[in-house]
Ligand binder design. Structure first.
Ligand code: ADP
Ligand code: F6P
Length: 320
């Protein structure tokens, strides 16, 4: 192997830059050439590809987002796009590729691997829904952002005696809501994995009021149904004691300086990805298993999206 490419794809996540830096510098240290592919698979198809030296990875470890930028690329979902992608990789003289991204991006990486290309995947996504890794790059920073927001909202909720519904990201996986809710001391979490009735939500808020609490915080995952606006409407139509306010955290959760944990995780996974390519261990995702990095075949990593672990639901129920 002489020359590898690196790309970030799908939703950005804090720590992607630290990961790019680790891939670039490890590759160079091992005598490989490196090329950066801008905007994920979209940039690959457009041939938006450039050489990267050690200095191109300078001053980025502390920055959120991704200097390689990212995109969604519907054309790459089709065989035609994937074949064009393979052609572009060959035209550029690349013989290996590191894909940093979420579960969709890893499926894209798998498609290239199935056509015989040497790929390594790194889980970069705030959702923590990728199978085969305990943590994805970006999750810890996002949790810190959520906890800061919950602490701030609790101040206002207590001062005004209000109930706050706070929406966090996670269309299919309630990890951020569940763990954010535990760490922010919420009264209730509502997640896609667990069905709930509006009456139950109203009861929790009313109970908090009757017990003499001066606030109620409810963390709602983006994918929870009924959605946050319907829940707010219901609470406002029923006597729950508190005034109700809605805060949607949105994309503020995706950017920002990566935490120490994410910088270290990203660095470890980036270094390991290059080493795995050099060892000839192709078509794998490098993830975190307990305290150690480890590999899992991309087939397994993309076989399903992980749901929030029961342990966290139990933790929430015991300590809330
Ligand atoms: P994420 O990587 O954050 O989960 P997406 O699911 O939007 O984000 O996927 C990012 C990109 O990965 C898509 O726009 C597409 O280019 C590629 N991709 C997603 N799913 C597949 C698939 N099944 N086959 C090939 N490429 C895919
Ligand atoms: O996968 C990361 C994520 O932030 C999800 O939590 C969220 O549902 C989605 O991406 C939002 O995507 P977009 O950037 O297209 O709004």
């Amino acid at each position: 192997m002489k020359c590898i490419g690196v790309m970030t794809s799908g939703g950005d996540s804090p720590g992607m830059n630290a990961c790019i830096r680790a891939v670039v510098r490890t590759a160079i240290a091992k005598g490989l050439k490196v090329k950066g592919i801008q905007r994920g698979f979209a940039g690959l198809l457009d041939g938006d590809i450039h050489d990267m030296g050690k200095r191109d990875a300078s001053g980025i470890i502390q920055r959120g987002g991704t200097v390689l930028q990212t995109a969604r690329c519907p054309e790459f979902m089709e065989k035609k796009g994937q074949v064009l992608g393979l052609r572009r990789l060959n035209e550029e003289g690349l013989d290996g590729l590191v894909v940093i991204g979420g579960d969709g991006s890893l499926r894209g990486a798998l498609a290239l691997h199935r056509m015989g290309f040497a790929v390594a995947g790194i889980p970069g996504s705030i959702d923590n829904d990728i199978n085969g890794t305990d943590m994805s790059v970006g999750v810890d920073t996002t949790l810190n952002t959520i906890v800061c927001a919950l602490d701030a909202l609790r101040d206002t909720a207590s001062s005004h005696e209000r109930a706050f519904l706070i929406e966090v990201m996670g269309r299919k996986c309630g990890y951020l809501a569940a763990v954010g809710g535990i760490l922010g001391g919420a009264e209730m979490i509502l997640i896609p994995e667990i069905p709930f009735e509006l009456e139950e939500v109203a009861q929790v808020v009313l109970d908090a009021y009757v017990q003499g609490k001066n606030h109620a915080l409810i963390v709602v995952a983006e994918g929870a149904r009924p959605d946050i606006n319907r829940i707010a409407e219901y609470l406002r139509q029923h006597q729950v004691g508190f005034d109700v306010r809605v805060t949607i955290l949105g994309h503020v959760q995706r950017g920002g300086r990566p935490s120490a944990f994410d910088r270290l995780l990203a660095t470890r996974l980036g270094v390991a990805a290059v080493k795995e390519l050099l060892k000839g261990n192709l078509g794998t995702m490098i993830g975190l298993k307990g305290a150690m990095t480890g590999t899992v075949p991309l087939e397994e990593a993309t076989s399903h999206q992980r749901k929030v672990r029961d342990e966290y639901i139990e933790l929430f129920n015991l300590v809330s």
